[in-house]
Design a protein around this ligand. Sequence first.
Ligand code: IMP
Ligand code: MG
Length: 172
Amino acid sequence: MEKFNVLFSKEELEKRILEMGKEIDKDYEGKEIIVICVLKGAIFFTTDLLKNMETEVSSIEFVRISSYSGTETTGTVNLHIGLDINLEGKDVLIIEDIIDTGYSLKFLLDYLGSKKPNSLKIAVLLDKKEKRKANINVDYTGFVIPNKFVVGYGFDIDEKYRNIPYIGYIEN
Ligand code: IMP
Ligand code: MG
């Protein structure tokens, strides 16, 4: 028995991430990108997605933000680790685990956009569409999901369960 209800199995994640990699490759053909992984949740998705892409990646960078406490968003986004590299004129792809209210990505778009990249795109694995508050244009989405709290494959509850190899959910 799995510990949580399964939302996406390891195999379903692999299949969709392979498709996303191909889609992203098509758009960036002939270009070189800087990837920005949003810690901590997106580490699993980022490494799997990048292994399924052929686009030249000149650098993989990390930012760390947080807004959650337990299973609730606090509404305030905190930046814990920022960027110290130059993004001016670069094609930048943000890789994030999930978009929920959209406040985290809104914050990141403002922060990274101020560094004057040539382009700034977003790839997210999951989208909790019905909870959106900020108007954000996501370029690549793995799955749109209902409003359930997910765990595993990078997703945590107060830092726990990130290393479960599938995505599970908690009844609410
Ligand atoms: P937003 O700012 O409301 O869009 O929330 C995005 C952030 O909240 C993500 O980067 C996650 O860290 C976290 N988050 C949102 N929903 C979940 C969930 O169901 N499980 C774990 N983390 C979540
Ligand atoms: Mg996150």
